[in-house]
Design a protein around this ligand. Structure first.
Ligand code: ADP
Length: 484
């Protein structure tokens, strides 16, 4: 299929290694989930070439680290400007390979770009420290240095932003980067690299290695001693595999893993605001984000009223091909994604949940699915434990604050949590009690480059964004000066 792009050269099917665009013997197809059509075939980078990319990144890092923060900031700022100037084309590519509606795709491009902008600014502020000495003849200095080569593995749900959030702090502080984008969505990654090259990011600093064999590429990135750090966003299952593979070389790791976000509506909540928040949190990206509300807990007194209002709001969703105007909700990314939603619905209804709305594949066919509400959901159902990653809103009923905090925390995950309430004492109590890295209080939208994004428990390690975001890519060096 052909995409309507102002700049067709942004659709780049080749790998990008050491400043060169590389074709490979093998290729793999990238499909449009809205139509099932092939967009283009993309380079399938074999493991030997992954090793080459690491080698080049390792060489380039020595030089890149010598650039001043201001110099690195300069090219990153140019990259940011180009990403924004080309946002429409980047959004078209993203929608084509991933399925989210065009307006949402453009939102992601600008959100991703905001990390490049933020960390370009931070590049100039990697301050060290002077510590009063512990003896009369001692002076103590602490400097921050880039970790080295960073290997990145990212998922398909935010094909641009998941890379942007990692590459921006890495490059800003003087690391180089080898990125393996998700096999479903490599084109947003190569398009970013086209613009990075135009911005003047030097050869070897950013490398994009699409591959169909995630396990093989991942293993090389984890085990290669020239990679100093792995940054990964994806499932907890794969995060654990990567952690084990990184053990032999004691690699640093940043992991943004699965979430199972609770969304709590207390009986003192503004119900209309809670519905708006639930819609954003649950249905952004058609339920396919790691901070999507997965378990919606509603206090008994407002359960029926909330369910009715939510149903009204969900009826306004317009399902279809994200390239078309007026579509709010695209297809799910793959058949596997649809099967997971179906499984969760079947499991819940088998144990007594009721379908208040939706519940099945959409009449459009393919991987389209009806926005679904389940009521009378209980803790023994799969939706209580696992991320659904789709347009399914399961409504649990609760009576007391203590009970809902216990239920909300009864999971190995701890990425985001949300609640709606008015009582200020309750707000503090619940916000402090939730075992998550992020808490949305009377809001369903929490992602921004200025705040630290990340999870606790098995949702991961490290934080992306904010003034804390460079720390994951830096090592401290302490210098002890004696007197002679
Ligand atoms: P998701 O459910 O979001 O696809 P995954 O953890 O399965 O989460 O995938 C996230 C990314 O990790 C994808 O790019 C995928 O290809 C990649 N991946 C999957 N399995 C492995 C593996 N064994 N080693 C390295 N990367 C992997």
């Amino acid at each position: 299929m052909t995409l309507a792009l102002n700049d067709p050269s942004l659709l780049e099917p080749r790998a990008y290694i050491n400043g060169k665009w590389i074709e490979t013997e093998k290729t793999f197809a990238v499909l449009n989930p809205a139509t099932g059509e092939e967009i283009v075939r993309v380079a399938d980078v074999p493991v030997e070439m992954v090793r080459d990319a690491i080698e080049y990144a390792h060489k380039a890092q020595k030089e890149w680290a010598k650039w001043t923060g201001k110099e690195r900031a300069g090219v990153m700022r140019k990259w940011y400007d180009l990403l924004v100037a080309n946002a429409d084309d980047l959004a078209t590519i993203l929608t084509a390979e991933m399925g989210k509606p065009l307006a949402e795709a453009k939102g992601e491009i600008l959100y991703g770009a905001s990390f490049i902008e933020w960390f370009a600014e931070e590049a100039k502020r990697i301050y060290g420290d002077v510590i009063p000495g512990h003896q009369r003849d001692k002076r103590i200095l602490v400097i921050k240095q880039p970790i080295g080569v960073v290997g990145s593995i990212t998922p398909w749900n935010f094909p641009n932003a998941m890379i942007a959030r990692k590459v921006a702090p890495a490059l800003a502080v003087g690391c180089t980067f080898v990125a393996r984008p998700a096999e479903l969505t490599p084109l947003s990654a190569t398009a970013m690299a086209v613009l990075a090259e135009r911005a003047g990011i030097p050869a070897g600093v950013l490398n994009i290695i699409p591959s169909s064999n995630a396990a093989e590429t991942g293993q090389e990135l984890c085990e290669n001693p020239k990679v100093a750090k792995i940054t990964f966003t994806g499932s907890t299952r794969v995060g654990k595999i990567l952690m084990k593979q990184c053990a032999d070389t004691i690699k640093k790791m940043s992991l943004e893993l699965g979430g199972n976000a609770p969304f709590i509506v207390f009986d003192d909540a503004d119900l209309d605001a809670a519905v708006t928040g639930a819609m954003i949190s649950k249905f952004r990206n058609n339920g396919q984000t790691c901070v999507c509300a997965n378990r919606i807990y509603v206090q008994s007194g407002v359960y029926e009223a909330f369910a009715a209002k939510l149903q009204t709001a969900m009826s306004a969703l317009t399902i279809g091909n994200g390239m078309e105007a007026g579509i709010t909700t695209g297809p799910l990314v793959s058949d596997a994604a649809v099967l997971k939603v179906e499984e969760h619905i079947a499991n819940a209804t088998g144990k007594g949940a009721k379908i208040a709305m939706g519940g099945k594949r959409h009449a459009l066919g393919g991987t389209y699915f009806e926005p679904t509400i389940l009521t009378d959901v209980t803790l023994d159902m799969a939706v209580a434990r696992e991320e659904t990653f789709g347009p399914l809103a399961p409504l649990f009923r609760f009576e007391t604050e203590e009970e809902v905090i216990r239920m909300a925390n009864d999971t190995e995950f701890g990425l985001a949590g949300y609640f709606y309430a008015q009582d200020v004492n309750r707000i503090w109590r619940v916000a402090e009690a939730l075992e998550t890295g992020i808490v949305g209080i009377n809001t369903g939208l929490i992602s921004t480059e200025v705040a630290p994004f990340g999870g606790v428990k098995q949702s991961g390690l490290g934080r992306e964004g904010s003034k804390y975001g460079t720390e994951d890519y830096l090592e401290l060096k302490y210098m002890c000066f004696g007197e002679v």
